[in-house]
Write a protein that binds this ligand. Structure first.
Ligand code: 13P
Length: 278
């Protein structure tokens, strides 16, 4: 069933677990994640990077996400990830998104508040919750990591914007970590206490399991996974290419990549504590 960001995050918050949010790039990724969610009886978030919304891929993929969510027996939210401007936000809403992230974290605090607050208002007209970001979560390839989110600025940001949930910088980064990250769990706890709202962990690929569990205990209710999914999809494709008996028919060729994505999604759903929570 298709549900909103506030509904799915609300479930996780009431049950003290986390919703895994998978970035998908094609129908095969979507099918793998939905199959895992069904098997694990778990709520999941399916999300699109903004470039897919800006480009043509999202036009074709969004109806498949909405159809898959409606068909699913488990709660599924269709979310825009890192929406940078109103173009991506309104387009995603038009295509059926039930959750929106407005990422103004690269701007000044004031500009971030202004953009996010406006998005919260626009999305409220259609009953869609908004994820904001304070403290810019960069890439593992950045030379230096940005300033970590402070509880004070997070609380002020939430007070001024009214976001549903908040992405924070607590030692995390996008991409495959060069050495294992060290999440600031006390900071997550303090931000959670100061804001009173569910928190979001970006850069979920490669964070050691014990740290993910500690982060969830501290208040993380949504964890994003993108790089890991791309890697297993590529591995599934390579395994097929290496099989001399492979079929050339594209749908059959794609079976292994789908299976690999499904296996990864099962692993992350269990790690998030979302199994059996649908
Ligand atoms: P990874 O690519 O590190 O899994 O991060 C995903 C993410 O945070 C998407 O917003």
């Amino acid at each position: 069933m298709l549900v909103t960001l506030q509904e799915i995050i609300g479930m996780a918050d009431a049950g003290n677990y986390c919703i895994p949010a998978f970035n998908v790039y094609n129908t095969e990724c979507l099918m793998g994640v939905l199959a895992a969610a069904e098997e694990e009886k778990a709520p999941v978030i399916i999300q699109l990077y903004p470039r897919l919304v800006k480009e043509e891929v999202g036009y074709y993929l969004s109806p498949a996400i909405v159809a898959g969510a409606h068909k699913a027996s488990v709660p599924v939210c269709f979310h825009l990830d890192h929406g940078p401007t109103e173009l991506e936000v309104t387009r995603a809403l038009r295509w059926g998104a039930t959750g929106i992230m407005l990422d103004g974290s690269a701007h000044s605090f004031e500009k971030n508040v202004e953009m996010t607050k406006h998005t919260v208002e626009v999305c409220s007209y259609v009953g869609v919750g908004v994820e904001g970001e304070i403290g810019h979560v960069g890439s593992v390839n950045d030379d230096v990591m940005g300033e970590m989110t402070t509880p004070e600025e997070a609380a002020e940001f939430v007070r001024q914007t009214g976001v549903t949930c908040l992405a924070v910088l607590v030692g995390n980064a996008h991409g495959h970590y060069k050495k294992p990250p060290c999440l600031d769990i006390d900071r997550i706890k303090a931000i959670r206490e100061a804001t009173g709202i569910p928190l979001v962990l970006h850069g979920g690929s490669g964070i050691p399991d014990d740290q993910v569990k500690a982060a969830i205990n501290a208040g993380i209710r949504k964890m994003n996974i993108a790089t890991d999914l791309c890697c297993v999809f590529a591995e599934g494709t390579k395994a097929t290419l290496d099989d001399p008996k492979r079929s050339i028919a594209v749908d059959i060729f794609m079976k292994k990549p789908i299976e690999y994505v499904k296996a990864l999604a099962v692993e992350k759903i269990r790690l998030a504590g979302a199994s059996g929570k649908a």
